[in-house]
Design a protein around this ligand. Sequence first.
Ligand code: NAP
Length: 262
Amino acid sequence: MKFNVRSRGDHASNVLTQRVKSYLEEFGLVYDEEEPEIVISIGGDGTLLEAFHQYAYRLDETSFVGVHTGHLGFYADWQPEEVEKLVIHIAKTPFKIVEYPLLEVLIRHTNDLETERYLALNECTVKSMEGSLVMDIEIKGEQFETFRGDGLCMSTPSGSTAYNKALGGAILHPSLASIQLAEMASINNRVYRTIGSPVVLPEHHTCLLKPRSDVDFQVTLDHLTLVQKKVKSIQVRVAAEKIRFARFRPFPFWKRVKESFI
Ligand code: NAP
């Protein structure tokens, strides 16, 4: 089996990365950064987000597992002192695959025929580079509202515990193939009106954001930030692809939520 190990880059994660790499090679596994079948992320959730984006083009062939070298991780379930056990599992036992839904983001431009396509594991956020964000929001082809405010956050169920949670969004179990649209400080008065609460869309519903004016936008995809000009629309929905996690033992979602937040 071909593997890669990705480190957060701090000393403790780098040391652990070298140990995992040499243990796996001792078991006859092949280190391959180009086409790994399993990627071991050593660091935090941010490290796993980076690993996901590195291999987002080959999600069918790559599984992920995380070791956390800091506080408890949502995507990283193994402790540093357990790496020998994890290595033996990877080398010796066929692992179970758990799939989580992803967000698909399509950005269309007024001056360009080409559509940009991105995937996000946590979320996509949209903010205006100047003044309030003003967007018409369509859900499943119907005008839903005109949003005015700081920004919008469209998250996956596994990303619902990240930025979305800070915006007052609900925590969704990753078995619910859905996206959640959460507002950032919407302007609500007699003139401007938005729904004011987070909205959860099912797999077959598409959300389309259409700018009211030709301004530049800041679009984030997990930890990545893009500046987008001449935007015609930003379309979000549940992606056809899923991320695959290698599971060697149960990793209950609600236990993670409880241990992280309560
Ligand atoms: P960061 O700003 O260095 O760290 C963001 C924090 O969010 C880290 O503590 C990270 O955990 C945690 N996190 C990441 N994914 C999570 C998840 N699915 N559930 C719960 N916590 C999660 O940024 P980063 O490490 O590059 O991560 C990018 C993420 O930061 C974005 O996807 C966004 O969700 C989040 N963010 C949150 C806010 C906010 O809450 N106001 C604002 C901006 C961005 P680790 O320490 O284990 O890596």
